[in-house]
Design a protein around this ligand. Sequence first.
Ligand SMILES: Nc1ncnc2c1ncn2[C@@H]1O[C@H](COP(=O)(O)OP(=O)(O)OP(=O)(O)O)[C@@H](O)[C@H]1O
Length: 124
Amino acid sequence: MRSGSLISSFGYAIQGVWYALRTQRNMRIHAAAAVVVIIAAALLHLSWMRWVVLLLAITLVMVMELMNTALESVVDLASPEIHPLAKAAKDTAAGAVLLASVFALVAGIIVFYRPLADLLGSGG
Ligand SMILES: Nc1ncnc2c1ncn2[C@@H]1O[C@H](COP(=O)(O)OP(=O)(O)OP(=O)(O)O)[C@@H](O)[C@H]1O
């Protein structure tokens, strides 16, 4: 086990995020959705409370996807052959991503509903 400086630990963490973005299509979809949501939130001048909810939802999904990617790598390393426990581990991690994504979708609808209704109601 190598010990490193705080800066090199930070570098490894960034490498991990970059690895997930490069290798996981779902991570790229989540990232693209997050960019769209952040641009929409800025254009609609959302309140800070709505911003906090959105940023929490985005972070939750990203964190779950990163953990899912990490778990997939560990499972493939430990059990490259087919095994019911490997399946259970991967399916459960995928379930965590799914739950977080459903939460983010519902939170997004709740956060954007009123500002969008006001905008459309005022004729744009
Ligand atoms: N070693 C294994 N043993 C049994 N089932 C497995 C194993 N590896 C994968 N699976 C099954 O195949 C599914 C897909 O696994 P895979 O490793 O391809 O992940 P993935 O769907 O590509 O995930 P992602 O899209 O996040 O990359 C798993 O959810 C699991 O049900």
